[in-house]
Ligand binder design. Structure first.
Ligand SMILES: C[S@@+](CC[C@H](N)C(=O)[O-])C[C@H]1O[C@@H](n2cnc3c(N)ncnc32)[C@H](O)[C@@H]1O
Length: 317
């Protein structure tokens, strides 16, 4: 679920939160206790406000409002209202945004005893797909739009979920290019297929029920068959013990000189999925097989991940 807006009012002791998901939108008003907890997560912003003199030291703001869609942040303190620079403060707002989402929709514990395949399907069927944004993630959308496929090229999205990035790539690319998304959850494949049909790209964008780790073994014709592999939230979703196999699988699917485009999420929150990692781990795992040609911490991540993502392009050696 994506956080669209938040309005934290310290005078009323309420927080209004708007979240969106492809199947449902949610407007929630959080009451005093939750608002007080969220204020704790707003501490980095409060420090910034004191340091910049926008709010006098020892006083707190009256109202903080965030419009993540339009990248607007405002604070009101007494009769003064100030607009803040979204780009400058987004990382300071990240923990507030993540925890507001959690307060509004508590994460359900996973049912015990499910193997990984059944677990993902369960999450899709029972509203557990909290990572779902209902659109391509902005950093990948920016990159894919600037680098469409030409006729004859083939791209693969691993752990494609509802297929937002695959469909976007199909829309911006030559109709004679091919985009394939694979996922182990049948519901994800069905939802993505329906979405590709609705978007009018089912001629060039297809979704397959396929385990990333098994594909080249089950179908050797896929070895070296792709010019581009796209990663978004699959590396952090698999068990960390499978990461070596993940890199092997991606490498096997790419032709020599083919590219891996990844939006990685090297966070250090406990537990998972999404499981944490570090930038140096990602480098160490990729470097033996790939030359990293571009790397950035995107400034257009969604607010709940601001400053924590790593957009990386790597060429298969
Ligand atoms: C956190 S979700 C991310 C979905 C999508 N990429 C997104 O960011 O919206 C992880 C996805 O990876 C899929 N997945 C997990 N293990 C996989 C595997 N071994 N092969 C293919 N897909 C897998 C899950 O079913 C799930 O759809």
């Amino acid at each position: 679920m994506e956080l669209r807006s938040l309005c934290l009012d310290t005078t009323q002791r309420t927080t209004r939160v708007r979240l969106s998901h492809p199947d449902r939108n949610l407007d929630t008003v959080l009451l005093a206790d939750a608002t007080e907890r969220l204020l704790g997560f707003a501490a980095p912003l409060v420090e910034h406000l004191h340091a910049t003199g926008l709010v006098p030291t020892g006083r707190r703001f009256d109202v903080l409002s965030i419009d993540a869609d339009h990248k607007l942040v405002k604070i009101r303190c007494g009769d003064q209202e100030h607009g803040l620079d979204y780009g400058q403060v987004q990382s300071l707002l990240r923990e507030l945004a993540r925890n507001a989402r959690r307060e509004a929709v508590a994460r359900k514990p996973d049912p015990a005893g499910l193997d990984p395949d059944a677990r993902w399907e369960h999450l899709y069927r029972h509203g557990g797909d909290g990572w779902e944004m209902g659109r391509p993630t902005p950093p990948l959308a920016r990159y894919l739009t600037a680098h469409p496929l030409v006729a004859g090229q083939r791209a693969l999205v691993v752990g494609c979920g509802r297929g937002h990035e695959a469909i976007l790539l199909g829309q911006v690319s030559d109709p004679l290019a091919q985009v394939i998304g694979i996922d182990i959850a049948p519901s994800a494949v069905q939802l993505a297929t329906a979405q590709a049909q609705a978007a009018g790209v089912s001629g060039s964008v297809r979704f397959l029920l396929q385990d990333l780790f098994a594909w080249t073994r089950e179908d050797p014709s896929q070895v070296g068959a792709f010019d581009l592999v796209i990663e978004h939230n699959c590396f952090c979703a698999i068990e960390p013990s499978q990461r070596e196999s993940y890199v092997e699988a991606v490498r096997a699917l790419l032709r020599p000189g083919g590219r891996l485009l990844g939006l990685f999420y090297p966070h250090d929150y406990p537990g998972g999925p999404p499981y944490g990692s570090t930038v140096s781990e990602i480098h160490a795992r990729l470097s033996p097989f790939f030359a990293i040609t571009h790397e950035e911490v995107p400034t257009d991540s969604v607010l709940t991940r601001a400053g924590l993502e790593l957009l990386l392009v790597a060429t298969r050696r």
